[in-house]
Design a protein around this ligand. Structure first.
Ligand SMILES: Cc1cc2nc3c(=O)[nH]c(=O)nc-3n(C[C@H](O)[C@H](O)[C@H](O)COP(=O)(O)OP(=O)(O)OC[C@H]3O[C@@H](n4cnc5c(N)ncnc54)[C@H](O)[C@@H]3O)c2cc1C
Length: 419
């Protein structure tokens, strides 16, 4: 990689951001024979403030990308899911066992690094520690981009996979003034967990956090990722979050789950979650926005890794399929984003409104906990094994609805399952 600021690089596709969205886009375009350059301001392994939970939806995209989880040292598949209603009732909603993986926890510092290494091994060029600064020019012959630490890059297409604050979006003057995301979430790691949270994936729907929740996601050897997320405009403000954290940790059900010996690790972090894909800018001339840069997280749960992977894949495919026509690339990508995400987003908005009240959340969880069938299928649906709004979108119906086996992701998916 040239190290001079004055060097000019060319490529078919410049991907800004090497998180899940960027790597998925890069792999798709590269697999289709396109010359792809990925840039990231970070040097991997780098951390990302996240709950580290991979839904079935995320795992299915990883499977299609040929991802090998044995690259992630702390990869922790789980079938052991517990929810706690605002009423205090705890319910076990196990995922199917022995039929592949339906959920896994993968610390982002390891997971994103494994994705980057996967792409490098497949031949994708990745420049780390270099920062997108601006789009200098965009016309019929392509996009010219300034990259601090690399120089000028000329690409036919730019995929903006640069996260919530998307410097690419900002450089194009497309940012919404004052936009801070729909959710805000807070995370810390803890070790020496001896209570049930050691091997349970727990979601606590405490009344004051609704429609948000607190979580504890199990990793190996008594380690967990714990945190909580709140919807902006709810009972607690983002400014309250630091003060709220010790309060949440001291709640009896949280203490009982973690055990007396729990030790909080290092610093905690918080970050916004953008969840308004139906109104986000998805394309601008030869630029395609993906993942958090396309505000694609699920507005019901705040999960966004699966959405980042899927939208990245759709962008890579649109570029590969329609390379010679920028207008067709943009149209194809917008259409595929619409059919993949929009109905589910609207469904999540409706369900989120129900979860806002304690009564609504209690009722919804009581319904989910009615019998074995509802427990089994509710959790698979919650983990995005099927689209949120599948029932209202017949075009996505298939014979194996909620009956498909889980995901087989190479050797580690057969490894230690926390159950
Ligand atoms: C506390 C918290 C908990 C969460 N928990 C979960 C969860 O359990 N499961 C789940 O599915 N989702 C979760 N999410 C959401 C999830 O983290 C995001 O949706 C996901 O990371 C989006 O991926 P991405 O690839 O779009 O962006 P990112 O992962 O943010 O990657 C963006 C990349 O762009 C790079 N970049 C930024 N600016 C520049 C620049 N100028 N030049 C070059 N590179 C640049 C960054 O360095 C970064 O590597 C959580 C979010 C938060 C805040």
């Amino acid at each position: 990689m040239p190290d001079s600021q004055s060097a000019t690089l060319t490529c078919d596709v410049l991907v800004v951001g090497a998180g899940p969205a960027g790597i998925a886009a890069a792999l798709e375009a590269h697999n289709a024979g396109r010359d792809v350059l990925v840039i990231d301001k970070a040097t991997f392994p780098r951390d990302k403030c996240c709950g580290d939970g991979l839904t079935t939806g995320a795992l299915r995209v990883l499977e299609s990308l040929g991802f090998d989880p044995s690259r992630v040292a702390s990869w922790t598949p789980t079938t052991n899911v517990w929810l706690r209603s605002p009423s205090g009732r705890e319910m076990s909603m196990p995922l199917p066992e022995g039929r592949g993986t339906f959920a896994a926890i993968a610390p982002r510092i390891e997971f994103d690094d494994a994705l980057v290494r996967t792409a490098i091994d497949r031949g994708v060029r990745i420049a780390q520690g270099v920062t997108f600064t601006r789009i200098a020019e965009s016309n019929d012959s392509g996009v010219t981009v300034e990259v601090d630490g690399l120089g000028t890059v000329h690409a036919q297409y730019v995929v903006a996979a640069d996260g919530m604050w998307s410097p690419v979006r900002k450089s194009l003057g497309l940012s919404t003034p004052g936009y801070l995301g729909e959710w805000h979430a807070f995370r810390q790691y803890a070790s020496n967990v001896t209570g049930p949270a050691k091997d349970r994936l727990i979601v606590w729907f405490d009344e004051d956090l609704l429609p948000g929740y607190a979580w504890s996601f199990p990793l190996r050897n008594g380690r967990v990722n714990i945190g909580f997320g709140i919807l902006r405009g709810g009972r607690h403000s983002v400014q309250d979050m630091n003060a709220l954290w010790p309060d949440i940790l001291s709640r009896p059900h949280v203490r009982a789950a973690l055990g007396e010996t729990v030790t909080l690790e290092g610093r905690h972090t918080a970050w916004p979650i953008p969840a308004r894909v139906t109104s986000a800018t998805l394309t601008h001339d030869r630029v395609l926005f993906v993942g958090d840069a396309a505000c694609a997280t699920d507005t019901l749960t705040g999960e966004g890794i699966g959405q980042a992977l899927a939208s990245g894949q759709l962008a890579g495919r649109a570029i590969a399929a329609e390379f010679t026509s920028a207008s067709r690339v943009a149209r194809t990508y917008r259409r595929s984003m619409k059919s993949t995400f929009f109905a589910d987003h609207r469904m999540s908005v409706v369900l989120g409104a129900i979860l806002r009240s304690s009564l609504g959340a209690r009722g919804a969880l009581r319904l989910a906990n009615s019998n074995d069938w509802t427990r089994r299928n509710f959790v698979r649906w919650m983990f995005e094994d099927e689209p949120r709004a599948a029932i209202f979108t017949p075009s996505r119906w298939h014979r194996g609805f909620l009956k498909r086996p889980g995901v087989e992701l190479g050797s580690a998916s057969n490894g230690t399952v926390v159950s």
